[in-house]
Ligand binder design. Structure first.
Ligand code: A3P
Length: 300
């Protein structure tokens, strides 16, 4: 198996050489073609698996905290004592796969996979997917800052350059538009739940209730309140098991940013020029044809 040391050693080979698999580029270090191919074709899905699926920067780590707490009836001890990557492993990597194999059921599993690479076994299982999505303009801003601090990601040349790359889909994990439209094709299936970052911000209690119902794990009001309190931005910032400060500095350079950065909706407004905003809207209108009007950020 590939140990942490090997992964870090690989990261030092500059310039960055992304891993390419089925038209998508993945950051080097933890990802390999072999592991991605295994995740797609051979990963054994269990009927009680719960997949936390997102495009990067859409609320992945937030949802890990929420789901971990729900599975524990609102008791925060697991969230506070075990790293998020062990509670909801990234099964598309070797280390994550090993962690996934150690988890008792029901397993929480995390990935950023677009639908065309998602484990084939899922589609004939009863496993569930929670897909969290976010205003792509806020995703872009968050991704831009994250790329500066996360070592396996190319350092953005400029905000405008990053915006161009994002809109053309030339970023790790591929195009936001393809990711979202691909997954949205499954909307309506009973084992998929779509949640937006904006809804989480607006009504966390209500969304936790909805998630409990979806997972068949009904919690009382006190337990839901505990989930809400322990997954606030401030509580998560204080929790070293999810705030990324435990990650090796060869992977995450804490001097170049903060993973739990702002945690708000609409930060794009402080980054986009009028011209960039108009350009973004134009591309959005073209790419989201057919799906327009259903997302919360389109109504603000
Ligand atoms: P910002 O960079 O806009 O602050 P991911 O986990 O998919 O990488 O997403 C990270 C984004 O989710 C970051 O956005 C982070 O601050 C935000 N986030 C994580 N936990 C949050 C919480 N409890 N409340 C609000 N935002 C949160």
């Amino acid at each position: 198996s590939i140990g942490q040391g090997t992964v870090m050693a690989n990261l030092h080979s500059k310039p960055l050489c992304y891993v390419h698999y089925k038209g998508i580029k993945f950051p080097p270090g933890y990802n390999s073609v072999e592991n991605l191919c295994f995740a797609e074709n051979e990963f054994e899905v269990q009927d009680d698996d719960i997949f936390n699926v997102t495009y990067p920067k859409s609320g992945t780590v937030w949802m890990i905290e929420i789901l971990s707490l729900i599975l524990n009836g609102g008791n925060p001890s697991w969230n506070q004592s075990v790293l998020n990557s062990c509670r909801a492993p990234w099964f598309t990597t070797q280390l994550g796969l090993e962690a996934a194999h150690l988890l008792p059921p029901p397993r929480l599993l995390t990935c950023h996979l677009p639908i065309h690479i998602f484990p084939k076994a899922f589609f004939s299982s009863k496993a569930k997917v929670v897909y969290t999505l976010r205003d792509p303009r806020d995703v872009l801003v968050s991704y831009y800052h994250f790329s500066k601090m996360c070592v396996p990601f190319e350092n953005p040349e400029s905000f405008n350059h990053f915006l161009e790359s994002f809109l053309s889909g030339d970023v790790p994990f591929g195009s936001w538009f393809d990711h979202v439209t691909g997954w949205m094709k499954l909307k309506g299936k009973s084992n998929l739940l779509f949640i937006s970052y904006e809804e989480l911000k607006q009504d966390l209690f209500g969304i936790v209730e909805r998630l409990c119902h979806f997972l068949g794990k009904e919690l009382d009001e006190a337990a839901i309140t505990s989930v809400v309190e322990n997954t606030s931005f401030e509580a998560m910032r204080r929790n070293d098991m999810c705030n990324s400060t435990m990650l090796p500095k060869e992977f995450m350079d804490q001097e170049k940013g903060t993973f739990l950065r702002k945690g708000i909706c609409g930060d794009w407004k402080t980054h986009f020029t009028v011209a960039q905003s108009e350009y973004f809207d134009k591309v959005y209108q073209e790419k989201m044809e057919g799906l327009k009007g259903i997302f919360p950020w389109e109504h603000t």
